[in-house]
Design a protein around this ligand. Structure first.
Ligand code: SAH
Ligand code: DHB
Ligand code: MG
Length: 218
């Protein structure tokens, strides 16, 4: 199986089940024009997060790592009236692009883009959140998971992106900071008595990667 086939199947799914969307398409165009790297969740991944948040009945959502706000639009749309999404981003250029994208999507009153390192902004937040999406620097996933637990209640769903990294994740001797971070994250999840979790491998337009799903139970 090849990347070409994964692309074609993602294209089939995205055309049939996700479809074109003015605000999301404009967000991608503006992000590309501002030279942001195209590393946002794919359309079917954004919709997966949207469906999970809706299934969860989430009214308070936290995203760690905004980029241009593509995923924030998917998550912001999952909220019922009165709901709120806070999304954390360290790069001022990303924050500027994301705020404009969120505004164009009609979500400016719902989505707050917070500038700063999540190491500083996350511990200062007030929880609990119903749904937390961890997607910033992979080396910091262990810290983000610890903060996320502090911001959770029984029933909170924590989702972490990019936990497979082309399978590099099984290399216990890797000196890649991203791999080490995700492996430590997995170990913390496995050791926490407050959660039950799984991870799913994915292939598609973003290559071979995956999500971790962590349900807070206590
Ligand atoms: N969730 C986005 C993609 C995020 S990409 C989407 O799917 O649309 C990862 C983002 O994390 C980048 O924009 C990067 O600048 C940001 N980031 C990296 N380190 C960070 C930190 N310490 N605090 C907050 N954001 C960080
Ligand atoms: C990459 C992909 C991501 O989804 C992300 O959050 C960060 C980096 C990447 O492919 O480099
Ligand atoms: Mg990601």
């Amino acid at each position: 199986m090849t990347q070409k086939q994964w692309d074609a199947v993602d294209d089939y799914i995205n055309t049939l089940l996700v479809g074109p969307d003015d605000a999301l398409d404009a967000a991608l165009e503006a992000s590309a024009a501002a030279n942001l790297p195209p590393i946002q969740v794919p359309p079917n991944g954004g919709k997966l997060l949207n469906l999970l948040a809706r299934g969860q009945g989430a009214t308070n959502i936290l995203e760690v790592g905004t980029l241009g706000g593509y995923c924030a639009i998917w998550l912001g749309r999952a909220l019922p009236p009165g709901g709120r999404l806070i999304t954390l981003e360290i790069d001022p250029n990303c924050v500027e692009v994301a705020r404009a994208n969120v505004e164009r999507a009609g979500l400016a009153d719902v989505v707050e883009v917070v500038l700063g390192s999540a190491h500083d902004t996350m511990p200062a937040l007030e929880g609990p959140f119903d749904f937390i999406f961890i997607d910033a620097d992979k080396a910091s996933y262990p810290e983000y998971f610890t903060y996320a637990l502090d911001l959770s209640r029984p029933g909170t769903l924590i989702v972490a992106d990019n936990v497979i990294r082309d399978g590099a994740i099984i290399d216990a001797n890797s000196d890649d900071a991203n791999v080490k971070g995700v492996r430590r994250f997995n170990e913390l999840v496995a050791a926490s008595p407050r959660v039950t979790a799984t991870a799913i491998q994915t292939v598609g337009i973003k290559g071979y990667d995956g999500f971790a799903l962590v349900l807070v139970t206590a």
